[in-house]
Design a protein around this ligand. Structure first.
Ligand SMILES: Nc1ncnc2c1ncn2[C@@H]1O[C@H](COP(=O)(O)OP(=O)(O)OP(=O)(O)O)[C@@H](O)[C@H]1O
Ligand SMILES: Cc1ncc(CO)c(N)n1
Length: 249
């Protein structure tokens, strides 16, 4: 978990009036997921972290992010399956900053077969959705087809983020397919330059927080998208180096 990613999650939980607790899977400097200098924690450590937060806390919902190997996927899958963690929001992190896949074939296969079906909501980018469903997404029909394939794997609700797609367009469109078969596009204008960071984590963290607050999944998704729209239009300059979304918008 890079510093800025974790801050985006916790700041989002906080402004949504949810107390966030964490199970760390790894530690690396911002922008250095692909470097060999980061630390990947052991499955035992992850088990123990789950043990300590589950001992005495009622977990209302759970966001799952960076899982860089088979052991960690297995540890988190077991915890989500066997413990009471509430609805799971799965934000797949499948490529590092250089665009290289993070997981080897065995780990990726485990991720798809055993972890994805546990999710209440999955929030892939187009590229992540392509990797999971195994075909290229070049049209709206492909997005819809991919979302249905994801539902076929067992995940209940799907949000495919359109940020990197259709580069020439004025609008950004995320596609949502709900458990009951209802679907819709969430449309927004491109936020003006500079693009603040944190949108990715804040979107899935906000869905998680709204689920913890008792919202239905559709409302949680719609509220989260509105949160991102507001937070993105309002850059938070932190010191000289961080241009973040503004969580307090
Ligand atoms: N330029 C933008 N303007 C407005 N909304 C955006 C923009 N880019 C992404 N979003 C929205 O932010 C949410 C997260 O999308 P995504 O994870 O693809 O963003 P990202 O650009 O990778 O985020 P990060 O800020 O973490 O780099 C989605 O709802 C997406 O539509
Ligand atoms: C967007 C993103 N990339 C990487 C990580 C790894 O922690 C994360 N949590 N979120």
């Amino acid at each position: 978990m890079g510093n800025r990613y974790l801050q985006a999650d916790l700041n989002t939980f906080s402004v949504k009036r949810v107390y966030g607790v964490t199970v760390l899977t790894s530690i690396f400097s911002d922008g250095e997921m692909s470097s060999k200098d980061g630390i990947v924690l052991s499955a035992t450590s992850v088990d123990r972290q789950f043990g300590s937060i589950l001992n005495g806390l009622h977990i209302s919902s759970c966001k799952v992010g960076y899982l860089p190997n088979l052991d960690l996927i297995t540890a988190v899958e077991q915890a989500c399956r066997n413990q009471s963690v509430g609805p799971v929001v799965l934000d797949p992190i499948l490529f590092d900053e250089t665009g290289s896949p993070i997981l080897d074939d065995t780990a990726f296969s485990k991720y798809v077969t055993d972890l994805i079906p546990l999710a209440n909501v999955i929030t892939p980018t187009i590229e992540e959705a392509e990797k999971i469903v195994g075909f290229e997404i070049t049209s709206d029909d492909d997005v819809i087809h991919a979302a249905n394939e994801l539902r076929g794997i067992g995940v209940q609700n799907v949000l495919i983020k359109g940020s990197n797609e259709h580069q020439g367009r004025d609008n950004i469109r995320d596609y949502v397919l709900l458990e009951d078969g209802d679907d819709f596009w969430l449309t927004d204008k491109h936020a003006p330059f500079p693009q603040p960071s944190g949108k990715d984590d804040a979107l899935s963290a906000c869905i998680t927080a709204e689920l913890a607050n008792g919202q239905k999944t559709e409302n949680a998704i719609r509220t989260a998208k509105e949160f991102i729209t507001d937070a993105t239009r309002n850059v938070l300059q932190v010191g000289d180096s961080i241009e973040s979304i503004n969580f307090w918008s």
